[in-house]
Write a protein that binds this ligand. Sequence first.
Ligand code: GDP
Length: 530
Amino acid sequence: MAHIDAGKTTTTERILYYTGRSDNIGEVHEGEATMDWMEQERERGITITSAATTAFWNGHRINIVDTPGHVDFTLEVERSLRVLDGAVAVFDGVAGVEPQTETVWRQANKYNVPRICFVNKMDRDGADFYKDVQMMKKQLGCNPVPIQLPIGQGKTFAGVYDLVSEKSVTWLGDKLGAEFEVKDEIPDGMADVIAEYRESLIETAVEMDEQALEAYLESGEPPSVDVLKKCIRKGTLGFDFVPVLCGTAFKNKGVQPLLDAVVDYLPSPTDLEDTRGKDPKDPDQVVFRKNVADEKFSGLAFKVAADPFIGTLTFLRIYSGSIQSGDTMINPRTKQKERFGRMVLMHANKREEIKSASAGDIIAIVGLKDTTTGDTLCDMKDQIVLERMDFPEPVIKVACEPLTTKDNDKMMESLAKLAAEDPSFRYSRDEESNQTVIEGMGELHLDIIVDRLKREFKVDCSVGAPQVAYRETITKPIENWYTHKKQSGGSGQYAKIKVSYEPNEGQGYEFVNETTGAIIPREFIPGILR
Ligand code: GDP
């Protein structure tokens, strides 16, 4: 997860290369990244959908969901974080913490997702690892603990010093697949800074484990590498601190140690507490499922996507139990049975048909009848409804018309399909003006919808401002408006203020406090609405 352009896609590409699943690395600027499979993503050089891919590292299986950083796709991030067990926050070494980093960080807090930080782009002029760590502390309010230090910064960036194993790791060249050298030596001129950061790492880490703390205080001797790793893992999973690493994905430095850290410090499904849900027959009744294969089946659908080759894919995070292809489960919302006819694992560049899957897996199921994002699929006899994720409300709308009226029905059918895939996209027919209005999270989001209408559904449409002088009223959670009230001399109490927004040609939208008529300054509007 990250702000747009920090390097998520590039880092993910490298991960897929090093884990051996992808042979060709698609450079993002050449527009052929293997994770970004949708045509629009390729052309626009951004990541829109979170493709879920599976990779293997040191005997561990890692499911990767590459999340978009663009503000228009906050919903994609939200649903990814809902099903992820851990996250790697990627930073641009020069820019550090950026606005969208703060948004995704808050979302990860909301879903209790443990994190590690990867300061990417250390090869760029002006990259400053130490400044970035300070920014994390100040702007994200977390406790960042470097477990590596950069050897050189900007043009001189050569590798990392591992504060846990006390080894320097330098890459011989910056070509893809470049070898690295591991040495016991302290790099020139780094003795003081290494001593300072290692001491601080050890002191923070041993606090996590009574035995380790006691041993350290008594002997004054640093803990062994294994004990130190165990303490770092505890601190990460317990949200006491966030390990920080660095590198440059683009120049192929630092990715392998990042993968090691994912395995060492991020949770495996078995580290998680039992999954909570509700009994569909008695919604007041909380029920639990153990995150193991030998348990009643439950899974959460977190994404529905139309795959141009095999049809509708429903991505499912399995929380408990196991499933064989051909099994039938129930969707408690629709009370419909769903048959798991074909199940696939998505790799970077291919799909693998699988016959069975179990707790902890992320799979895609082909051709489910009526399961949408947020639905639970579970065992028929022992039903459970897992907590849904939050869907932000759409914030902009435009009128959308087919170029020829004979395409009208086709457009409505296609819009229905797109809306079923994407809970933050809506459409409606305005009888008065006889226009179709589409709503989404931002201009880019709606641009892409119109693009998909043309490419996938072969309906050419034009968009424009809706003819009706509409005035949409939205009410948002009160905290969002609190700052504004206080600033403008209000009582300082939480209050529900009705806010309306109006199209203001060329300048985006103006937000008006409906009670006072005052225009609300943009900086007080939550990012998602801005
Ligand atoms: P995303 O939006 O977070 O997925 O970022 P991308 O992976 O698409 O990267 C954005 C841009 O930054 C692309 O042009 C990449 O080639 C470039 N980039 C990614 N990682 C690095 C890096 O380590 N160093 C430099 N100099 N550029 C990078």
